[in-house]
Design a protein around this ligand. Sequence first.
Ligand SMILES: [Zn+2]
Length: 394
Amino acid sequence: MSKKKKKKGILKYIIVIILLLFVIAFFSSLIIIPKLIKIDIGEKSEKIKFNQEYKIKEGKATLLGNKINIKHKGKINEKKLGKNKIKYTASFLIYKKNTTKIVDVIDEEKPQITLNGNEEITIYLNEEYKDSGATASDEYDGDLTSKIQTTGEVDTKTIGKYEITYTVKDSSNNESQIKRTVIVKENDNRNIIYLTFDDGPNDTYTPKVLDLLKKYDAKATFFVTGYGNDEYIKREYDEGHTVALHTFTHNYSIYSSIDTYFDDLNKVEDRVFRITGEHSKIIRFPGGSSNTVSKKYNIGIMTTLTKMVEEKGYQYYDWNISSGDAGNTTDPNVVYQNVISGIGPDKLNIVLLHDRTSHTYEALEPILQWGKSNGYRFMAITSSTKPVHHGVNN
Ligand SMILES: [Zn+2]
C-alpha cells in the first residue's frame, strides 16, 4: 500500500467521525436545548366559577436567561362546566417546548330556594292543609323547582307543630334547604266565616261561585240537593269545600212523615256518595230546624226529626247570619250589607247564602274582599265545627 493511499483512508475516517459527531451533536441538541428552555405560565391548573370572565395569561419563556418566543392555543368556555386545556409552546429556532394549563370551570354556587306562601302557617284542627311548595333556581342549572324534595307531613287531625323541609341540589351537588312550620291548633272559631250555600248545585251559578272561592282561597259548605250537574258537586269536593246534604227534592212535602223525610235525605246522600265516595253527615233542614212550614204537613215533626238525625249520626246546622238572598232582596248590595253587618270576630259566623241567583253571586266577591281585608278566614264546616241550632218551633 502506498503512503498516498493510506493518507486518503485516514482522511475518510476523520470525515466520517466528524460527520458522526455533528449528527450526535445535532440530535443531542434536540434533547438538551428544550430542557434548557424555562417556561412560566403561572398556576398549571386553575379553578374558575361558572360564568366568571377569564383572560388567558400570556406565558413567559427563556433560554439561558434570554427571552424567547411563546404562544398559546386553546379556548376557555366559561359557560360550560368542565376542564379546558391551554397549550403553551415556547420556541427557539427549531427547538420547542410545550406545557399545558388546565382551567376547570366549576359551579360552587348553591341554588336559590324560596317558599311559596308563608314561613309559618296556622291551620285549625281538621282543616285541609295544602302545601304551596317552593321554587328553586340555580345560576348554572336554571329552574330547579321540579327537583325539590319535600319531607315532613302535617297531621291535620292532631294538634301540634309540624315542619316541612324543602331540599334541592344542583347538578354539581350544591345543596340548599328551606323550612316551613305548620301549626295545627284547636278551632276556636275566632276570625272565621263559614259561608254556606244551599239548594245547589246550579249549572249557572255554582261554577261561578267556585271560581270566586278559588280566587280568594276561601272554603265554603254546600248543602246540596238532587238538582244540577254532578260535575259541580265533584268540583266542590275536589276543591276542598264541604259537600253537605240539604234534601233531594227540597219539596216541603218531605215533612209529611219521618219516612218521606229520610227517603229524600238518603237519596241526596246516595248522590253525594256516588260522586265523592264519601258519606256526608253534615245536613241542613230545608227552611231550617225552626221552620213553621212543616207544621202544615205534620205537627211536631221537627221535634222528632232533630232528635232522630242526631241519633243516626248526622249533625244539623242552621245559620246565624242570613243574607236574605232567597226572597227578601234581589239587590247584591243589600245581600252584602246583611252579611257583613252580622259578622263578628269573636263569634261563630255561619252565613246562609244560595248558589242559584245572580245577586248572590254579585255580592260574593265584595264579601270575600271584605272578609280578607278584615282578617277573616273563610272555612268549610267540618264535623268539629260547633253547630248553630235555631230551636224547633214545631
Ligand atoms: Zn233550601
